[in-house]
Design a protein around this ligand. Structure first.
Ligand SMILES: C[S@@+](CC[C@H](N)C(=O)[O-])C[C@H]1O[C@@H](n2cnc3c(N)ncnc32)[C@H](O)[C@@H]1O
Length: 221
């Protein structure tokens, strides 16, 4: 790890909005996130949040909801955690863990929605895709009945895989578009448009390279 990454990683560990459970052990935060936020508001997870642009952006748009960015890379989450602290946002937090162990950090029915933003397509390892059955089965347990999963991606491979999974596993599709920004129908309200226009680090990179952004949302219970 470079010097700056090490510095950020060390600094974020002391932040009040950053949590780092021991991987493989049950976190003391499991089932207690409402106590951290000090309210009963719905909780959304952003899995593989990187720098946390979606978590912070959504938290700005929805002050009456809580957001938690999850990633294994603490030095990236430092960026979002610093912005949230600087703006005195108390409805956003970050949790450093492997998504493979997500059930150790969040209790059954603790979560209302999940966002997957530009997840790695894992071309050679379908079981490692964050929309594979192995992961969806974990999310299903954390989500309240009727909880929604959102996926925003540049990857044709991941999107095709996910839409196939939706069909084969009989998840309930709510919206599927292969070209998000050219396909927003007029009846989509401004708040939803504002959400889609939050751009993550990877979205900016892929858009500059000419990638078309795809999006779907679906229910798994
Ligand atoms: C392509 S980046 C996208 C980051 C961010 N969402 C964005 O759009 O800029 C994928 C992120 O997912 C994280 N990630 C991938 N698999 C993970 C896993 N199993 N557990 C925790 N984090 C994971 C990586 O560390 C990385 O930050």
């Amino acid at each position: 790890m470079g010097k700056d990454k090490l510095r950020r990683f060390a600094a974020v560990k002391d932040y009040p909005n950053f949590f780092e459970p021991t991987i493989g052990e049950v976190s003391e935060m499991k089932g207690k996130w409402k106590e951290h936020f000090g309210n009963d508001h719905p909780i959304t997870l952003e899995l593989g949040c990187g720098k946390g642009e979606y978590s912070v952006g959504l938290a700005k748009n929805f002050p009456d909801r809580n957001f938690i960015g999850v990633d294994i890379k603490g030095s990236r989450m430092f960026i979002g955690a610093t912005e949230a602290l600087g703006n005195e946002m108390d409805n956003v937090a970050f949790c450093r863990t492997k998504i493979d162990f997500i059930q150790d950090s969040f209790a059954e029915n603790e979560i209302d929605e999940i966002w997957l933003t530009f997840s790695d397509p894992q071309p050679k390892k379908p079981n490692k895709r964050l929309t594979s059955w192995r992961f969806i089965d974990k999310y299903r347990k954390l989500l309240k009945p009727g909880g929604i999963i959102h996926l925003k991606t540049d990857s044709d491979l991941l999107f095709e895989f996910t839409t196939e999974e939706i069909k084969e596993r009989e998840y309930e599709p709510l919206l599927i578009t292969w070209d998000l920004y050219n396909d927003l129908s007029d009846d989509i309200d401004q708040v939803t448009r504002d959400i889609f226009h939050i751009k993550t680090h990877y979205e900016k990179l892929f858009t500059e390279r000419g990638s078309v952004i795809k999006y779907c949302k679906f229910k798994v219970s």
